[in-house]
Design a protein around this ligand. Structure first.
Ligand SMILES: NC(=O)c1ccc[n+]([C@@H]2O[C@H](COP(=O)([O-])OP(=O)(O)OC[C@H]3O[C@@H](n4cnc5c(N)ncnc54)[C@H](OP(=O)(O)O)[C@@H]3O)[C@@H](O)[C@H]2O)c1
Length: 277
């Protein structure tokens, strides 16, 4: 099995190590890439082709793992040459993934989405896939990957990822707002305790961690919610998603990302009280 990667950042370098360990041949192309990417390629020991055309022509499966803003451009660059299955694993909306995969002339396409962190889980990271060739892409499970096919259409896997993320971010925003107000009233522990009675057993610990993450990643989350709002916008305004987006935008403006992730939510709340109240 020959697997090609377009882009060689965290995703490609992590997956390629696992794939090679399990017997796959892995390739990429360094043309036009930064020193960081070239170092990733050297460290992982994958083979390189001199051009993206050669990479696309010779890969059984080619995976686009670039930055979201480049997903369509990269697909367009190799669309004429891709002879195997083309997989878009970027963090993009269903609309963007459909537009990117439309560029692949042989029509052998897969919409894939990573659920979780590649750095934490390595090749075991959960990947969901949909599209015409999702089952063939799932053959990479024989080479160590953890792919679940969720549908037959491009856009479905990205849709699941985006809506899941809208839900979790919405809950985090509501939790942050409620516990911040409880903290100012001196009743945060009690509020957490009473909510935990109707939630899962480890709710309090996970709530604390969610509050801290909400503040630490506020800026990135507001950008991700932009995409959700765009996807859900139609005749009816997506009120909850828009509220979540506005919440994270405001929080991101108030809290500049600190060097280190705070350990306790008190640090964040005290800072907010100092600058806002
Ligand atoms: N890391 C994760 O845990 C994770 C989880 C879920 C989803 N994702 C998604 O997976 C994708 C890859 O993530 P990553 O963490 O590997 O990103 P990354 O570390 O930033 O790497 C991106 C790679 O794409 C290359 N690239 C950028 N533009 C390109 C172009 N036009 N042609 C060819 N290569 C190009 C970059 O090369 P240069 O260095 O030369 O710019 C770099 O090698 C992203 O869409 C991300 O949202 C990542």
């Amino acid at each position: 099995m020959k697997v090609g990667f377009l882009g060689f950042g965290e995703v490609a370098s992590t997956l390629s190590v696992g794939l090679m360990k399990n017997g796959a041949e892995v390739y990429t192309c360094v043309k036009g890439r930064s020193t960081r990417t070239r170092n990733n390629i050297l460290k992982s020991g994958v083979e390189t082709y001199p051009s993206y055309k050669a990479l696309a022509e010779n890969s059984d499966i080619i995976i686009s793992s670039v930055v979201p803003s480049e997903a369509i451009e990269v697909a367009e660059m190799v669309g004429k040459y891709s002879s195997g299955i083309y997989v878009d694993i970027n963090n993009v909306s269903p609309k963007t993934v459909v537009n990117a995969l439309y560029m692949i002339e042989n029509g052998k396409t897969v919409d894939a989405a990573i659920i979780g962190s590649v750095a934490k889980n390595g090749i075991d990271v959960k990947v969901i896939a949909s599209g015409y060739c999702a089952n063939e892409f799932a053959d990479l499970n024989h080479y160590g990957m953890n792919i679940t096919v969720v549908g037959g259409l491009n856009g479905q896997a990205s849709g699941i990822k985006l809506l899941r993320s809208s839900y979790t971010k919405g809950v985090s925003a509501l939790l942050f707002e409620s516990i911040y107000h409880a903290y100012k009233m001196g009743i945060d522990r009690e509020v957490l305790k009473y909510i935990s009675e109707t939630e899962c057993p480890d709710f309090i610990e996970s709530a604390k961690s969610r509050i801290i993450s909400a503040a630490y990643h506020a800026q990135r989350r507001s950008e991700e919610m932009d995409e959700v709002v765009e996807m859900l916008s139609g005749k009816q305004d997506p009120i909850m998603a828009r509220g979540t987006m506005d919440f994270f935008r405001m929080l991101g403006e108030d809290i500049k990302k600190p060097e280190k992730r705070p350990v306790e939510y008190n640090e964040i709340f005290e800072y907010l009280m100092k600058i806002k109240e």
